[in-house]
Write a protein that binds this ligand. Structure first.
Ligand code: CA
Length: 233
């Protein structure tokens, strides 16, 4: 059965084109043009056709999409991808820290959107879906269970902290993880301001894992926001 996406976007043209692209990919799409519409859709979704992901615009005629994100996070684990024309980094970070799964700044390519949707569904997906424990991309091969990292077939030695940081990114491969989330999960909640830890350890990881650490292919920087491990092959 197709997975159902709630598309909340008040721009009629954009709503039509995104809806069309998602349907072509095999998703079922319910469109909404306002927060009120979206709340009604979420409240009345048929149990056999649940909404499995929300594409959330922020500037809406009856309010800010951010309010809906907060409501959703109080009630559920439903994946939310923000689609917005606002690209202020501070806001992007806040939305991700508040539980958005990802963030796309308009205008964005359909291919990019579809990749992010796939990632978000895979990660939150069904409880029965196993967590990501294996990651392969280019010359890089990571097995979290065995705590083994290989590059071009050769074992790479990582320190425990380097490994923990890499593992955190593998679990969310393809998605941006904010500085705050990485610091909280790897170093602990009291260290969320220590972004210099991240710069240091990402530098070390890149030196060990990238062909050219100045042009990383795996460990990607999201300027001002965080890091993204390239989507697995
Ligand atoms: Ca809008």
């Amino acid at each position: 059965m197709s997975r159902r996406i709630l598309l909340l976007e008040d721009d009629r043209m954009l709503r039509a084109s995104l809806g069309e692209a998602l349907r072509i990919e095999g998703y079922a799409v319910t469109a909404a043009a306002s927060l009120a519409d979206a709340r009604a859709v979420l409240r009345h979704a048929a149990p056999n056709e649940p909404i499995e992901l929300v594409l959330l615009d922020l500037g809406l005629p009856d309010g800010d999409g951010q309010d809906l994100l907060a409501e959703l996070r109080r009630q559920s684990n439903l994946p939310v991808i923000v689609i917005s024309a606002r690209e202020a980094e501070g806001q992007k970070i806040r939305l991700l820290d508040e539980g958005a799964d990802d963030y796309l700044v308009k205008p964005f390519g359909i291919g990019e959107l579809l990749a992010r949707v796939r990632m978000a569904l895979r990660r939150r997906g069904h409880a029965s879906e196993p967590a990501i424990l294996q990651y392969r991309h280019g010359a890089l091969d990571i097995d979290l269970r065995a705590r083994r990292v290989r590059r071009g077939g050769a074992d790479v030695h990582l320190t425990p902290t380097e490994f923990d940081l890499l593992a955190r990114l593998v679990r969310q491969a393809g998605q941006v993880v904010t500085h705050r989330q990485l610091l909280a999960d790897v170093w602990g909640a009291e260290h969320v301001e220590q972004t210099h830890y991240l710069r240091l350890y990402m530098g070390q990881l890149r030196a060990k894992l990238e062909e050219d650490s100045a042009e990383p292919q795996h460990l990607l920087t999201e300027p001002g926001v965080g890091y993204r491990l390239a989507e697995a092959e």
